[in-house]
Design a protein around this ligand. Structure first.
Ligand SMILES: [Zn+2]
Length: 94
């Protein structure tokens, strides 16, 4: 028997057979091939100390983080309209 689940955003109960959406967000470190060793802002020793002081499980989250949400149709529309939750630019209105 399928158990009901709830929307990750509004907690609405999603009963078996109800439409719902799966929201999978992957956040991972990307690399453009440029190493800014000469950058004055980049102190290799300081960066290394910083990394050493971070627990390993947190360090992995720095590189890769995955979110898995269930959304009801309404919350899916709201999410897709503004995934990054950017401030709405009211001056853009016609
Ligand atoms: Zn919802």
């Amino acid at each position: 028997m399928m158990s009901s689940q709830s929307c990750s955003r509004c907690n609405k109960i999603i009963n078996p057979g109800d439409p719902f959406y799966r929201l999978l967000i992957k956040v991972f470190a990307d690399f453009d091939g440029v190493i800014n060793i000469k950058s004055e802002k980049y102190d290799l020793n300081k960066e290394f100390e910083k990394i050493k002081s971070i627990p390993e499980e947190l360090l992995e989250e720095e590189v890769y983080k995955e979110f898995n949400f269930v959304l009801c149709p309404r919350c899916k529309e709201i999410y897709c309209a503004n995934p990054l939750n950017l401030p709405l630019n009211l001056n853009n209105n016609p």
